[in-house]
Design a protein around this ligand. Structure first.
Ligand code: ZN
Length: 80
């Protein structure tokens, strides 16, 4: 379990006080704002939208590398 997730169901982000979901971790959580900046910069420079569908879809395979960097820098990859 991620250390900042309260022990509740549905999972709850104790940092933002919202229900936790993949989109929250990838795009919204303030805890990862700095780590997300590199991902957002890449998206902007390539004219890509930042919604979750781009992160998880097959259309932009170059995004996978950036997403893996994000997951590594946030240490979220060890929680998967
Ligand atoms: Zn959060």
């Amino acid at each position: 379990m991620l250390p900042y997730i309260a022990n509740t169901f549905p999972p709850h982000c104790s940092t933002c006080n919202v229900t936790l979901c993949v989109e929250h971790i990838q795009l919204r959580c303030v805890r990862y704002r700095e780590e997300r900046r590199l991902l957002a910069t890449y998206y902007q420079s390539h004219g890509l939208p930042l919604p979750q569908i781009t992160l998880l879809g097959d259309e932009h395979t170059d995004v996978v590398d950036r997403l893996m960097i994000y997951l590594t820098e946030t240490n979220l990859i060890s929680e998967l």
